[in-house]
Structures are given as C-alpha cells and as structure tokens.
Design a protein around this ligand. Structure first.
Ligand SMILES: Cc1ncc(COP(=O)(O)O)c(C=O)c1O
Ligand SMILES: [Zn+2]
Length: 385
C-alpha cells in the first residue's frame, strides 16, 4: 500500500478515521441518518510518473501501485472530438471520453484493480458485488486475473449477455428477488468476515469500497493532461450511486489544490428520471425516488448518495434527466458519430440538447461527455423498468 497514506476522513462532516475499509462509511453521519463515504488522505502532492501509463502514472495519489494491481491495461482512454455534432448543437467544442475502451468495456475497470488489490492485501479469498451488469463483469474479470473467487449478486433483470460474461470468468452469480435484497445477502457474509464487498451494503447507501473509488480520480487527471488548452466548462456523467461522479470531483479538487487548475468543470449528473435533481440537502439523500429506468438499468435504482450531492455542489454542477422515449434517438445520434454506446451512456446527449435548448448550457460552451460503456452490453428492449 502507498506509504504516503496518512489517514481517512468523512467527505461530508470531515471526521478523521484510521485507515481501513469502513464499509458503512462515516459512523457519525450514519447515526444522523445520512451515511457518507470516506476518502483517503495522502502526504504527498499530485505528481506524474511520465514514464508510465494508466494508473501507474499517478503513484502519489492512489492507494496501490503498479506491482500490487492486477492490471488488464485499463485507463489512458481516448478523448474524441465530435466537431460535426458540436456544430449541430451550437457548441464551441464537444468531446467524448471513451471509457468503453477499458478492458471490460466500462469505466468500472478503473475501480476494480484497486478493490481486488485491497481485498488480496487484507487476506480475503472472495470478492463480491451487487451489480446490474457492468460492475459484475468488471469485478469478475479482475478477480479472475488475481486468482480470487468472485460472487456477483444481481436480480433476474440482469441482461443474459452480462450473466454469460460473468460466468465465463468462473465467477458465481446469485439472483435475488429485489435490488435491496442483494445488499442484505452480501452484508451477511461481510459481517461474518468471509467476503470483501466491492459495493455498498446499506440503505441509504454510501459509495463503493473507498479504496476502489480512488481509481476514478485518474479520469480527471487524464482529462487534465488531454486538454492542455484548459478543461471543459461542463462534464456530463451518467450517474447511479455516484462513485464515478465523486472520483472525478476529487481528482479535479486535487489538481486545484496542487495549483494546476483554477476553476473546476461543472459536473452534470445524468439520471434516467429526477432523483438527484430533487435533492438539495444531505437529509434528502436518505429518501427513495422511485421511477422507471427502462433501457438504462445501469443507472437505475431509487436511491441517491451524499457523495453525488457533494460532487455537484462543490463543482458548481447540477443534475439533469431525460425521458426514456428519447433513448433510441440518443443511441442513434452517438452511433451516427461512430460511437455505439450502451443506452445509459448515450443518455447524456439527450440531456445536453435539453440543457442547451433551455439556456442552462450556453451556446459556444466546451463540453465533455463521459461515455461509460459500449453498446454491445445489453439489448435495450430487453431491459426491465
Ligand atoms: C454504463 C454505466 N454508466 C454509469 C454508471 C454509474 O456509475 P456510478 O454508480 O459510479 O454512478 C454505471 C454503473 O453501474 C454504468 O454501468
Ligand atoms: Zn461524517
């Protein structure tokens, strides 16, 4: 583990914690009914290892280093410019960060090497995750690479394409009746000290394993390096429980602290229906927001997290949603530029068009869309609401 780690802290109330997994987040915030994630303090400032690629490029600010990570070549994803679509929308620049070019085709591959490294270091033989698809495939692949047992707990709504990929790695799948039952199933084994959980176990939820979420900071570092002319004003991110959103925020905040950037880009959380859009305080994060997620199960669910709220507030961002009826056209619009995306990853273009139409995003703006997953993952018509 990085010898520069000096402790952990609650991202909401700031309380200090000793270095550990803390699967239920901050005790103080949880007692107040608003569980919040923990993050990691480092002694050393942000530095680049110019000779390396992927996660290994940023050794000072990640919990595990090259030799400790079961790497499959994650990270270093391209940032692609779409000038034709930018012109149609009246934007100054429209760029897409192609996270689907990670080894298992989603951004989750930035989180799972760290989770597997942590589990292995702590002596666990089994890693588990509650997943609707992408997290399950990614954790299964990294566990396989590290020789760990992996159990993915899902509902029967998980597309058979994902189930097939998970089983092919040798991982097991347990199907529960409901999504919250997945958390209970894993929590029982975690409480007995048998499994290391990659994902949340409680309701209201916290983010995924804090050592893993650190991996998403690298996406912010890469954007900083890929945009020497200055970062975009807006970054649109498909959001479920907000691990990616928080990691991006934390990465940009570190760059600001190091004096490398001024203002943070406004992070825009893209949801299938208004959840975070209805949240103004941590107390709201304890509520449930039911809604139909149709073809976008990867960002479904009726809960929100404090980490998502804080990432929006602290970056000057906001949440946006688009009607499910706009999904097929959004998929075609991105595919028409050569980027065939999973429905959840295409949804940002539908939101962006609405935001420009409504004047929230000014014409001439520079915008980045994070394309979290490619279109070969599921069959949108098969997804359940
Ligand atoms: C394709 C896709 N986009 C976005 C997300 C949202 O990620 P997070 O839970 O970190 O908000 C997921 C999560 O499963 C996903 O599969
Ligand atoms: Zn707290």
């Amino acid at each position: 583990m990085n010898p520069g780690i000096t402790g952990m802290y609650c991202i909401s109330c700031g309380a200090d914690f000793t270095v550990g997994d803390h699967p239920f987040g901050c005790d103080h915030c949880r007692r107040r009914g608003t569980p919040a994630s923990l993050s990691i303090r480092y002694a050393d400032p942000f530095v680049l290892d110019q000779g390396r690629r992927g996660m290994a490029r940023y050794p000072a600010r990640l919990p595990y280093a090259d030799g400790e990570l079961p790497s499959l070549g994650e990270g270093d994803t391209p940032l692609v410019s779409l000038p034709r679509l930018a012109g149609e929308l009246g934007l100054g620049q429209l760029l897409v960060k192609n996270e689907f070019q990670n080894p298992t085709g989603s951004h989750k591959d930035r989180m799972n090497p760290l989770i597997v490294a942590r589990a292995r270091q702590q002596g666990y033989e089994t890693v588990a995750a509650a997943s609707s698809g992408n997290e399950g495939v990614s954790l299964a692949c990294y566990a396989a690479a590290a020789g760990l047992r992996c159990v993915i707990v899902a509902t029967s709504g998980m597309d058979p394409l994902w189930q097939q990929a998970i089983l092919a790695t040798g991982a097991e799948i347990v199907l529960t009746e409901t999504a919250p039952a997945r958390w209970d199933y894993i929590k029982e084994r975690v409480d007995r000290g048998e499994w290391f959980s990659a994902t949340n176990l409680i309701d209201p939820p916290v983010g995924s394993a804090c050592f893993g979420v650190q991996g998403y900071k690298v996406l912010a570092y890469e954007l900083y390096e890929q945009m020497p002319e200055g970062l975009a004003q807006y970054i649109l991110v498909p959001v479920g429980r907000g691990d990616l959103l928080w990691g991006l925020y934390e990465g940009f905040a570190e760059l600001r602290e190091a004096g490398l950037i001024g203002r943070l880009p406004a992070l825009v959380a893209v949801e299938p229906f208004p959840r975070l859009e209805r949240v103004t305080s941590a107390a709201d994060c304890a509520r449930h927001y039911p809604g139909a997620y149709g073809a976008t199960p990867s960002i479904g669910g009726d809960t929100v997290t404090v980490q998502s709220l804080l990432a929006l507030q602290r970056s000057g961002g906001f949440a946006a949603s688009a009607d499910q009826r706009l999904v097929p056209a959004a998929i075609r619009r991105m595919a028409g530029q050569g980027l065939y995306l999973e429905a959840s990853s295409a949804l940002p273009i539908a939101c962006l068009e609405q935001l420009i139409g409504g004047g929230t995003v000014a014409r001439g703006s520079r915008v980045v869309l994070v394309a979290t997953s490619h279109g070969f993952k599921n069959v949108p018509d098969r997804a359940q609401a």
